[in-house]
Design a protein around this ligand. Structure first.
Ligand code: AMP
Ligand code: MN
Ligand code: MN
Ligand code: MN
Length: 278
């Protein structure tokens, strides 16, 4: 099997390793084709590409775009993008732009439940001041000893109905898919198993994504259970989507799935990389 990992993060977004350190870890774990997919950011791509070339690893330029669809946040991965495409660069810039203000509001909410100085606290964990994310707040909350780990934080804080949740309007689905296609890329629905949609909403989401030119879904991701591997295998077949595989690695200690460790894609699926020449 070709070991392909098309979803992970560096400290250009909410991962903890530099792009070249993520590349080295991917290589050490046996990854042969790799994409760095930072949230709403392409700044890590040149270093990632150079590191992959040096290590003899196939490289695919990528990004994970935050989208608001039907009032919910969903993530759309773009693969094989031209990261210099002006519309993509502009669109991602706009998508990132509300994060600092949102972070101040998150910090204000946390202060009310006895977690002080969270803006500065989160900033200490940020590698890129343009991209303050909930993950950075989570690391600060762990640092304070309020919660033992990321999963604990995201049960008690930073999610809807809990302190530190600030609703945010991200890109539209049409914009995100449009930027990706306009930059010559392939659009992929990230970790579909994480969205709290019923069957009807999933059907509408998949149909709209497909109609916009979206081509693939992540079947194998660190966010899916083994049962969900089967569930999304069936859905990929039913909707005629190509299938992707990506760990969603963020950090050696935090992440449930390390780079390159997912099982092989089930047979009967067409890999999103089938015609990329690897
Ligand atoms: P943001 O883009 O600022 O809303 O932050 C989203 C990030 O928070 C995701 O990319 C994940 O890395 C992290 N995250 C969200 N929910 C969870 C969760 N339940 N468990 C672990 N990490 C989470
Ligand atoms: Mn993340
Ligand atoms: Mn995601
Ligand atoms: Mn991700």
């Amino acid at each position: 099997m070709l070991n392909v990992d098309l979803h992970c993060h560096s400290n250009i977004s909410d991962g903890t390793l530099t792009p070249s350190a993520v590349a080295a870890r991917a290589k050490a774990n046996g990854v042969q084709v790799w994409a760095l997919t930072d949230h709403d950011e392409i700044d890590g791509i040149p270093a990632a590409r150079a590191a992959a070339a040096e290590l003899g690893m196939g490289y695919v330029s990528g990004v994970e775009i935050s989208v608001t669809w039907a009032g919910e946040t969903v993530h759309i991965v773009g693969l094989r993008i031209d990261e210099t495409n002006a519309q993509l660069v502009e669109g991602l810039h706009a998508t990132r732009s509300g994060r600092e203000r949102r972070a101040h509001e998150i910090a204000a909410q946390l202060a009310q439940v006895g977690i002080p100085d969270a803006f500065q606290g989160a900033l200490k964990h940020v590698g890129n001041p343009d991209l303050i994310s909930r993950t950075h707040f989570a690391r600060y909350i762990i640092e304070l000893g309020v919660q033992p780990d990321i999963a604990g934080v995201f049960r008690h804080y930073l999610i809807e109905g809990k302190p530190g949740f600030v609703p945010h309007r991200w890109a539209t689905l049409a914009n995100a898919v449009g930027w990706i296609l306009g930059a010559g890329g392939v659009a992929v629905i990230a970790h579909p198993g994480r969205y709290a949609f019923d069957d009807l909403a999933f059907d509408a989401f998949f149909a709209e994504f497909k109609q916009l030119g979206g081509a693939a879904i992540e079947v194998l991701t660190g966010s899916h259970t083994v049962a969900q591997y089967d569930e999304y295998t069936r859905l990929a077949r039913r909707y005629g989507f190509l299938a992707s595989r990506g760990s969603d690695f963020h950090d050696p200690h935090e992440s449930r799935m390390d780079l390159g460790q997912l099982p092989a894609l089930p047979t009967g699926l067409t890999p999103v990389w089938h015609d990329w020449g690897f």
